[in-house]
Design a protein around this ligand. Sequence first.
Ligand code: G3P
Ligand code: MG
Length: 245
Amino acid sequence: MSAWPFPFWIAHRGAGKLAPENTLAAFRLGAQHGYRAFECDVKLSREGIPFLLHDATLQRTTPEHGVAGERPWSELSRIDAGAWHSRGYAGEPIPSLDALATYVIANRFALNIEIKPTPGLELLTGQVVGRETRRLWQGSGQLPLFSSFRPEALTGARETAPEVPRALLIDSLREGWLDEARALDCQAVVTNYALMNFETTARIHAAGLKALVYTVNDEAAAQWLIANGVDGIITDAVDRFSPAE
Ligand code: G3P
Ligand code: MG
């Protein structure tokens, strides 16, 4: 098992809600606030190019509609992913994973790639994101961290990039969640922070894994989680939580 690659504080979708999520402008803003580790959501274009978008559909964060993964990259790359947020970000494009990799590797930032497949494409998305991540990070001396709510996506990523550490994301303590993480050779479990407490961190640690949480924006909650042993916090509040490392 390779060394744990992550700083404690991780900026959610680049810079939380302060900039348009999952754009390079957001990562730049998060970095201006001192962040050196970032989470992003990645899915595939129609021809299989990994790009950043949270939702399966385009309407919340762009002027377009419909399933993003049904569009070719030639269309996706020209869509405005900034204007919905505020005028100053109008024209900010949807980035490819390739473009984000260039940015984070140049700055030696840590990246948590949440594999967020278009429904029905879980295994394929994991396989392709794994293959592309391996190619993009090769020779950089760094590795990102994969995470996903979808175990099939982590299975796919393990097939094509077994050396890249994996984390199982969970939003409920469903039957067998820790066994699932172990079966996928995960190095971490990332839970909704409402699920995490001393007992849960202790169970995760006893299995030899790290315990991370999303999305913590409240100071008292963060302090409580730290006291209960979490190994990392994903936050929107990049202007209020100053990363120590
Ligand atoms: O990866 C942690 C967090 O981003 C998971 O939830 O919906 O914000 O992608 P979501
Ligand atoms: Mg996410």
